[in-house]
Each structure stands twice: as C-alpha cells, then as structure tokens.
Design a protein around this ligand. Structure first.
Ligand SMILES: Nc1ncnc2c1ncn2[C@@H]1O[C@H](COP(=O)(O)OP(=O)(O)OP(=O)(O)O)[C@@H](O)[C@H]1O
Ligand SMILES: [Mg+2]
Length: 676
C-alpha cells in the first residue's frame, strides 16, 4: 500500500501492531512530508539530524504513554519528567564530556550545542537526547559487535571488513535486538549488505526489538533512551509504536523500498514467506510495482521448493513409519489411514469432500492415539489443529446447539458452538468425534452435511468451509465381534505357521498379520452399523472404515516394554535411580492384559506390580542414592506352596552382586479393577 494513500490520522494513531501502513514514521512538525510525491525521501531528509529527527509524534507518544500509566496529565508529566531527566542526566553528561575531551563523538556534541541556542525547551530536549545517545554509543563502542552495528549504518564496506577480520560477530545483536544486516538493509547500504552476506550474515534472523515502550519495559531502560537508540543507531524512519519483533532484513529492505538490497537478500537465501510476529510477510509492506512483483516471484519459488522438500521428506520417512513410532501393532489401521493421507497430500483426492474415517475396535487399543498422531503429523504441534469432540455429551436433541451454537435470541448465542468456533480457527484441522454412536440422530444429521459438502452452518447462519479437514469418528460398536473374529483368525494363522514349520516350509506367516475379510465386513459389521446408525447415507459418506484388532503376545511385550521404559525415565529424572529388568518380567506383566481394556490394562498392571513397589521402597528409605535396581521374577518352589510367580526388586551393587529388597507390607494390594 502506498504510504501517501494512508490518512495522516492513521499514521499518528497509537498502535502496537505493525500494520503494513503504520510502520513508517511521520514527524508532527512536518507531516506533509509523508504525503508528498516522494514521501519516503522527504521524511528521510527531514530526519537527517538525529536530534531534530526524533519526531514529535514519537516523543508525544512517550510522554502520553507515561502520563496514562501514572494518571498524571501530559502537561504535568512533561515537567515532572523534564526535571527528573535533567538531574539524572547530569552524570551522563559528565561521562559524555569525558568522551568528548578524548576527541570522540565530537560531531554529536557540536550538533547538540548548535541546537541549544534556539530555545530553552529545545535545548533541554537536545541535551537529553545527546546525553542518552552518547550513553548508548559509548556502551556499544565497548565491543567490536557494537562498532560493526555502527559501521553497518554509516560506514564503508572496508570498515565492516576490517571489523569482521578483527573478530566481530557478523550476526552480533544490538542490546535492543537488531543485527548489522538489518541496519544495513534499512539504511540502503548496498555494499555493506553485500559484504555482510558474503561473510555469512544470516538473512533470516528476526529482530528482537518490538517497540519503544515494550522494550523499555522489558529491559528496564527509560523509553526516551530506547527511542533515541532506535532512531540514531537503527533508523529514524520507523514508527516508535509499531511492533517490529520478528522482522527480517528482508522486511526492512522492503520498508526502505530498496529493490537492490531485496534482490541481494533473496539471492542469498532470505525467505520471502517468513512472517514477523504480526504474521506479515515482507510482500505485505511492499509498494505495487517491481518490488511487489519480485517478491511474488520468489514466494512462488519458495513454495515450490518447500513442496519438493516435504515430498522428499515424506519419501525418506514415510507416514507409516512415523505412526509406528508411537503406535504398537494396528498395522492394518496405520496402513489404511496413511494411504488415504498420502492420496490427499499428493493431490489424488476429491477436493469437494473432506476425508472421513470411522475407527472401530474395543477400548484402549489406539483409536484416539492414532487420531492424535495424524493431527500431529499434519499440523506439527499446533494445538488448534486437533479438535476433539466427545459425542457422549450430545445425546439429547437440544444439545445440537452446543455443537454449532444457538440461534440468535437463545441462551448462549454469543458463545458459539464447540465445533464451529474451533473449525473457524482452523478449517483444515483433524476433528475427532469420539464415541459417535452415542450421539443423538439430529447431531448425525448435522454431521451428514459436514461430511457431504465439507461445510457447516453455525447458529448465526454463517457457513464455515472445511473441505480440507480430516474427520475421524470412533466407536466401540461391533468391537466384540471384531475382537473375536481377529482372535479366531490369529489362532488359524498360528496353526498354519506351526504346520509350515513342522513341514519346514519357508514362508512362515507372522501370527499378528491378520486382515479382516471383506466377507466379514459385509456380512457382520455393516448390518451392525446399519442397525445402529439407521442411515445408509451416513455410512456412505465414510471414506474408510478402519479396524483395530486386539494385541497379540509380541505386541503386548512391546507395550510392557514401552511402559517400563517410561517409568525408568521417570525414576532417573526424579530420583536418580536406574531401573533394569529381565525378559521374563515382560512376559509376566503381559499376562495382565485384559481384552476389554486394551493397553490401559497393561498400564495398570505395571503401576500395580512395579510402581507400587518402587514407591513403597522409596517411602521406607530402602533405596540408596543413585542406586541401580533390577526387576526380576520370583517363582516360589512348589513345596513352598507359593501362589505363582511374582515380581521382586533387587539392588545391584558396584560389583554386580545383587541384594533383594525387603519391602514391608502394605504391598501387593488386592488386585484392582483390571485383574481377572
Ligand atoms: N496400539 C497402541 N500403541 C501404543 N499405545 C497405545 C496403543 N493403544 C493404546 N495405547 C495407549 O493406551 C491409552 C488408551 O489408548 P486410546 O485412547 O487410543 O484408546 P481408544 O482405542 O481410543 O479407547 P476408547 O475406545 O476407550 O476411547 C493411551 O495412553 C495410548 O497411548
Ligand atoms: Mg478413545
């Protein structure tokens, strides 16, 4: 947007956001500059002298900011501030004078002196700025990095090269947050930009400087000092109120309307898609014309390169493998879901309809976990990317309103619906409808529209387009039949393997690799689903029905192992105790599996048999600091009349000798909910 087209009132308004039209500063005294034909240049000219350049708009902003925070009128506050500053800065003036006497920074002193004769108010302001400036400059000149920052703004590339050769860090940050490359980009120092890039300056670093007031608060530096530092050591053309956090050198080159620097930065790998903290890409600050065209062209190149990179990454580390890192077993389910997502990612899908899955299977076997992992894969760790709706909360007809929001005039109208509100925030989210069979049929009607057209109308009559969303429903309907069928298939497969082994045939099938037959799906599952949901069109909109099967023994061993590893990590982190275990321990704990509770029964078995013992031993102070514990199976001899194998804990000594732990009761509490 052209600066000249922005109303003056907008530029002067107090705002903390770096809206593309608010970043450049105008001076109160010379406001016509910004609206002139050569807007930017005129502003630069007016701002050439650092003392004059501190615009009235900015200063007024600071004064009014502090006035509002202390409820003092700006007028009173001004005098209050002026007196305080005059006394506080006496010391700084002295140190500055010492600097001047050593022959450094003479030009600033002269400038301030010249101004002093104009009027007494201007003189105080001048002295304040000069002293603050000298203070900042002195601090910065203490380090080579500080000198580099200065050189990037004003000096030749030779000076920059000299400082870099002397060991200055090319990405050195000013104490307020910016880097030499940002300074050079904003100040159109083409040669310096070139040298810095050649010497490895990172074109994608973001500025840590937000705005004068925020930085002043964060760093406990007076806002006037921050303002002077920003204007004199970075640029005086930027608003003191806009937020610059996250702005890259490219953002600044665009703000400076400098095609040459923009080109250099892009060639050096600057990312035109990188947004600042306000979510604005550089192109959003560019004027129409060659600069805008150049940025658009590079954005296209970057999108293409990113897609290629992502596709390469997907090939290198397929989704199936990623999911298997978190989910044990359920190979069929993982493959079905991964294949559907691959179709979507590579553009082989019907963009008019969202992807809809129905996950079937008994409790605790990974239905919710798989949905979570899919969301994590598709949206990284963005919370908004995963919407979970517990459908057991929508069993009554009137509860539809909770999902999509109440119509105008009804209670809770302003709150919006649980689903619509969150889908609006992230229309391509992964939406999990847990226990969908429990929902009222009217809720299913709402979902039908959602699945069929990929859009949803909320209580206010607004339509949300969500064709890119992934919908996953879970249900325990027919879970018993699926589990029994899978167990039956597994038994058959085991028999077959045994026979093949006996006959020394090569292809021995893994007993866990069983697939639900099409016939079983059509003849058993579909009628159950039909009688439950009572609507063919609802089932027709489901892209994939995914079956989750009970765990086989090998998978149970993996689950137990995962659980013990989890507790071993906790023991190390919290108590510096090393926990080891033998293979028979895994077999014994796997015996605690209950078909109806799935992996949850394993979790509880480990807690009951292992964690309880650890906690009791810890409470009884039986565990030496930093000790190593070993879990092993204790099988009592038959003549001892023992009640079967149990788990016991041993302390492992430095010489690998072991000593059993005698933990006093209460121990081995009565078997709880998951025992059988
Ligand atoms: N296949 C699996 N691999 C690893 N962990 C699992 C697996 N299945 C379940 N779990 C773990 O067990 C717990 C319960 O799993 P999850 O919530 O996915 O069950 P569910 O199938 O959705 O059950 P429900 O029908 O009761 O909601 C989770 O902590 C999960 O991490
Ligand atoms: Mg679940």
């Amino acid at each position: 947007m052209l600066l000249s087209s922005v109303p003056q009132r907008m530029l002067m308004r107090r705002s903390r956001s770096l809206s593309p039209c608010r970043v450049l500063q105008t001076t109160g005294a010379d406001s016509s500059c910004s609206t002139g034909r050569h807007g930017l240049r005129e502003v630069v000219d007016a701002n050439r002298n650092p003392l004059v350049s501190t615009s009235r708009v900015s200063r007024k902003g600071i004064l009014s900011e502090e006035a509002s925070s202390t409820n003092v009128t700006p007028h009173v506050q001004y005098h209050h501030l002026a007196t305080r500053w005059l006394t506080n800065l006496q010391g700084r003036r002295n140190s500055w004078a010492a600097l001047a006497s050593r022959g450094r920074e003479n030009n600033y002193w002269d400038g301030a002196g010249g101004r002093e004769s104009r009027s007494s108010r201007a003189a105080s302001a001048g002295v304040l700025s000069a002293a603050a400036l000298a203070f900042c400059l002195k601090k910065d000149s203490d380090s080579k990095g500080g000198s580099l920052l200065q050189a990037a703004r004003t000096s030749s590339s030779q000076e920059v090269l000299r400082l870099l050769a002397e060991g200055a860090d090319v990405n050195h940050r000013h104490k307020l947050g910016w880097t030499p490359l940002m300074v050079a980009a904003m100040n159109r120092q083409h040669n310096v930009v070139k040298v810095l890039l050649e010497k490895g300056a990172d074109p994608n670093l973001g500025d840590d400087f937000s705005n004068v007031y925020e930085v002043s608060r964060e760093k406990s530096i007076h806002s006037l000092e921050v303002l002077v530092s920003r204007e004199d050591e970075f640029s005086s053309r930027l608003s003191s109120r806009a937020n610059f956090r996250g702005c890259s050198p490219l953002h600044y080159a665009v703000l400076a309307d400098d095609l040459t620097t923009v080109n250099m930065l892009l060639e050096a790998g600057a990312d035109p898609l990188q947004s600042n903290s306000q979510g604005h890409k550089p192109a959003q600050y560019a004027k129409d014309g060659p600069l805008q065209d150049l940025l658009k062209e590079w954005e296209g190149k970057f999108v293409e390169a990113r897609q290629k990179r992502e596709a390469q990454e997907r090939r290198r580390f397929p989704l199936e493998r990623r999911l298997k890192e978190h989910i044990i077993g359920q190979e069929g389910a993982i493959n079905t879901v991964a294949a559907a997502i691959r179709r979507k990612e590579n553009g082989w899908y019907d963009e008019e309809h969202p992807l809809v899955f129905l996950f079937l299977g008994s409790s605790g076997i990974g239905k919710t976990e798989l949905a979570k992992q899919v969301a994590r894969y598709m949206h990284k760790d963005i919370k908004k990317g995963f919407i979970r709706v517990d459908m057991s909360e929508f069993q009554e007809k009137h509860e539809v309103a909770k999902l999509i929001g109440s119509p105008p005039g009804y209670v809770g109208h302003d709150e919006g619906g649980q689903l619509t509100k969150r889908l609006k925030e992230c229309p391509n989210a992964v939406v999990l409808f847990d226990e969908v069979d429990k929902a009222h049929p009217d809720v299913l009607t709402v979902m039908l529209q959602l699945f069929d057209e990929g859009r949803l109308t909320d209580g206010k009559g607004k339509t949300i387009e969500c064709k890119d969303a992934v919908f996953i429903m879970t249900s325990n309907v027919a879970s018993e039949d699926i589990a029994q069928h899978a167990l039956h298939l597994r038994k058959e497969a085991q028999e077959q393997s045994r026979r093949r082994l006996a006959e020394k045939l090569e292809e021995v099938q893994k007993s866990s690799d069983v697939t639900i037959s099409k016939q079983f799906k059509e003849e058993v599952i579909r009628p159950i689903l039909k009688s439950h949901f009572r609507r063919d069109e609802f089932l027709g909109r489901i892209n994939e029905i995914v079956y989750f099967l009970p765990f086989c023994h090998a998978e149970l061993i993996q689950l137990v192992s995962k659980e013990l590893t989890f507790w071993a990590k906790k023991a190390k982190q919290r108590h510096n105790i090393t926990l080891l275990w033998d293979r028979p321990v895994l077999d014994l704990l796997a015996g605690g599996y209950n078909l109806h509770y799935g992996a949850r029964s394993i979790k509880h078995e480990v807690e009951r048999c292992v964690v309880n013992q650890l906690a009791a031993a810890y409470e009884q102070e039986l565990l030496p600091k930093g000790c190593t514990l070993r879990l092993c199976v204790d099988t009592p001899l038959e003549e001892e009349g023992g009640a079967g194998p149990t788990l016991k804990l041993e302390v492992v000594g430095d010489d690998s000798s072991t000593r059993p732990l005698h933990i006093r009761p209460p121990l081995n509490p009565d078997p709880m909910g998951f025992a059988h």
